[in-house]
Design a binder for this molecule. Structure first.
Ligand SMILES: Nc1ncnc2c1ncn2[C@@H]1O[C@H](COP(=O)(O)OP(=O)(O)O)[C@@H](O)[C@H]1O
Ligand SMILES: [Mg+2]
Length: 167
């Protein structure tokens, strides 16, 4: 119903601002929700994930960095974060589908997935999608297009909109 309304575009001009944006998003996330990050290498997926982790209340001790070698990092906290990076996954075996689905179905943590457009998105019905674009005019400009896929993500998107409008 709110199809045309279900998108939000935000720009940042530094990594710190991207962390701040992630922090706000993390504040509104609820256990069981999924954030699908889509964007090229160096577009800011890991910086945004760091902010989301902070917003979820994950302590600094569990410093969020790229899970590229492990595919997933579990960050314990008030709301745990399962931070995945699918970049290095080249084949999607039945085993991969099983372990990834287990995280996706987890009701006690939030999944944040870098390179979600590789294999993962097909497994999902509802999620918050964030497209990251680098803007050529300035190498520190990043543009984030945030979209609610599925009705249950409209509330989250509206909260992010309200936060954004208040600045
Ligand atoms: N506005 C910005 N937001 C996030 N990162 C930025 C920004 N401007 C410049 N950068 C730089 O871009 C790179 C983003 O890295 P990273 O988050 O690891 O990307 P990805 O995980 O998408 O490959 C970092 O080197 C960071 O310093
Ligand atoms: Mg990364």
């Amino acid at each position: 119903m709110t199809q045309n309304n279900s998108k939000l575009t935000i720009q940042t001009t530094s990594p710190e601002e991207t962390v701040q944006l992630g922090n706000y998003i993390g504040n509104y996330l609820e256990p069981g929700q999924i954030v699908a990050l889509i964007g090229d290498l160096g577009s800011g997926k890991t910086w945004l994930s760091r902010g989301i982790g902070a917003g979820l209340g994950i302590s600094q001790n569990h410093h969020v960095h790229s899970p590229a070698f492990d595919l997933v990092h579990e960050h314990p906290g008030p709301i745990p974060m399962f931070h995945m990076d699918i970049y290095r996954l080249n084949d999607f075996s039945r085993d991969d589908e099983l372990w990834i689905s287990e995280y996706l179905q987890s009701e006690n943590g939030v999944c944040v997935i870098e390179w979600a457009n590789k294999f993962i998105i097909d497994l999902l019905d509802e999620y918050l999608e964030i497209h990251l674009n680098t803007l050529e005019i300035n190498e520190t400009y990043r543009q984030f297009t945030i979209r609610a896929v599925g009705d249950s993500y409209n509330k989250l998107l509206n909260n992010i909109k309200k936060m954004h409008n208040s600045f």
